[in-house]
Write a protein that binds this ligand. Structure first.
Ligand SMILES: [Ca+2]
Ligand SMILES: [Ca+2]
Length: 453
């Protein structure tokens, strides 16, 4: 190397760490969107052209799982970088701020690194946040996450309940608007924009036009079998709670109506994702913007006689998880390696050259973003309540409950997890290997604090 080159390098080095040289981040968090997006192929009825368009722009993970199948602890884990067994934030009602001090959150690292850090909508549970971790956060004043006149208990209704609802009546429309405006701002500093879309969370009520694409007579129930719970141990049956929502839906005859209204609500969410992508595509920052999209957990619709999240099978834990990282991801690629959402924090730090705080666990998945088929020895782990865990490899799901009950499924032959193999002699070695991923020590689970409205 000649002297000129050396001098040039020395001149450039300090610039590399300057915030202005770091890529922007558009961080899209979706609430309660399960794997019913078209490109994952789980439900052929789903219509999510924009989320599919995003998947085509980068890498989609076909075996991605939440760390916790409930809003509050899932987001606390993703944004705080710690597992629930480390914090004790296991369930909704375990007030996340008690477990995550200001300064530990993902957005705080971007703020410290000189980014403009903007948040809107539901990033953390109850749309709460530590003010010191953001440059600005969208005000909720005058906005309604469900739309005017829509009650929280309107639940699984269809278009007949609120026929005049408009796109802009829901907070998500304004959350998206806020993020688009921030994307269009001119500045020397890079941005980190967190767009927290509240839908398809209950109530499944959106403008009428979204139901038209899903006529009730065309709705199919998800694949399920009678007596699926017969080979499930007591702890699993308790989690499925067949006498709860499932019994109600069988009695009311509204199983298909619930699916219709969820698909319509997902289509509304997809529309907002499309607006964000249009804004990115029109932006001069397009080629210097990382996009990550995730959902906080999945949803069951009567599979295993279970509804909602709050369980550790495939349906309530699998999520869409998409990355676009210019220069790293390849358009239209997908990975079947098992990953969980603990990877969000360390991967974003690594992609932007920000130091990862010491408390952050989870795997940096850049090797998979570069090569979706790269070797990968880690499973995805999901925890629901203290001591209840699922370990998901590319081929199997192993579940162990707090009382020692177990389930084991071979996903290659049994993608709907109908046949529990845990009691077979031939499963002993595999179970031994998978149980090793589970924690030896787990924080106690505190009483639930009821959230005041
Ligand atoms: Ca949620
Ligand atoms: Ca079964």
């Amino acid at each position: 190397m000649n002297r000129f080159c050396l001098l040039f390098l020395l001149f450039c080095l300090p610039l590399v760490s300057r915030s202005a040289d770091r890529p922007n981040v558009l961080f899209i968090a979706i609430d309660d969107l399960n794997h019913w997006v078209t490109h994952l192929g789980r439900n052929p009825q789903a219509q999510t052209p924009n989320i599919d368009r995003l998947a085509k722009m980068g890498t989609t993970f076909r075996n991605a799982y939440c760390a916790v199948p409930a809003c509050e602890p899932s987001r606390c884990a993703i944004m705080g970088g710690r597992r629930p067994w480390t914090t004790g934030c296991y369930k909704n009602g375990h007030k996340w701020k008690r477990y995550q001090p200001a300064g530990d959150g993902l957005s705080a690292q971007f703020l410290d690194a000189g980014y403009r850090v903007y948040g809107a909508g539901k990033i953390y549970h109850s749309m709460a946040y530590h003010e010191s971790e953001w440059t600005d956060y969208m005000s909720r004043e005058g906005l309604n996450s469900n739309g005017p006149g829509v009650e929280k208990n309107d639940g699984y209704h269809n278009d007949k309940v609120h026929p005049n609802l408009k796109d802009e009546d829901l907070m998500d429309w304004h959350t998206t608007d806020y993020c688009i405006k921030r994307l269009q701002e001119k500045s020397d500093k890079p941005f980190f924009i967190a767009c927290g879309l509240f839908k398809p969370h209950l109530p499944f009520v959106v403008p009428r036009k979204y139901y038209d694409a899903f006529p009730i007579e065309s709705i199919q129930l998800p694949p399920h079998i009678e007596n699926d719970l017969a080979d499930i141990p007591p702890a699993g049956v308790k989690m499925a709670n067949p006498n709860g929502d499932h019994a109600k839906f069988l009695k009311s005859g509204r199983w298909k109506a619930a699916i219709q209204s969820y698909l319509a609500t997902c289509a509304y969410t997809d529309m907002n994702v499309g607006r964000l992508l249009d804004a990115v595509e029109q932006s001069p920052q397009k080629d210097n913007t990382i996009i990550v999209l995730w959902s906080d957990h999945g949803w069951s619709f009567g599979e295993k006689e279970h509804w909602r999240k709050f369980a550790v099978w495939e349906e309530p834990t699998r999520v869409p998880f998409i990355w676009v990282a210019p220069g790293t991801t390849m358009a239209g690629s997908s990975s079947t390696r098992p990953v969980d959402l603990m990877s969000v924090y360390p991967t974003l730090c690594a992609l932007t050259g920000i130091d990862k705080p010491k408390h952050v666990v989870g795997h940096n998945i850049i090797p998979l973003l570069k090569n979706p088929k790269a070797g990968w020895k880690f499973p995805a782990i999901t925890t629901h309540g203290r001591g209840n865990h699922a370990v998901r490899t590319e081929t199997h799901r192993y579940i162990r409950y707090a009382n020692g009950d177990e389930e084991l499924y071979d996903e290659r032959e049994d993608p709907y997890e109908w046949k529990n193999l845990a009691r077979l002699d031939g499963s002993i070695d595999l179970k031994k290997r998978l149980v090793k991923w589970l924690p030896k020590k787990e924080k106690p689970q505190r009483k639930i604090h009821k959230t005041k409205k």
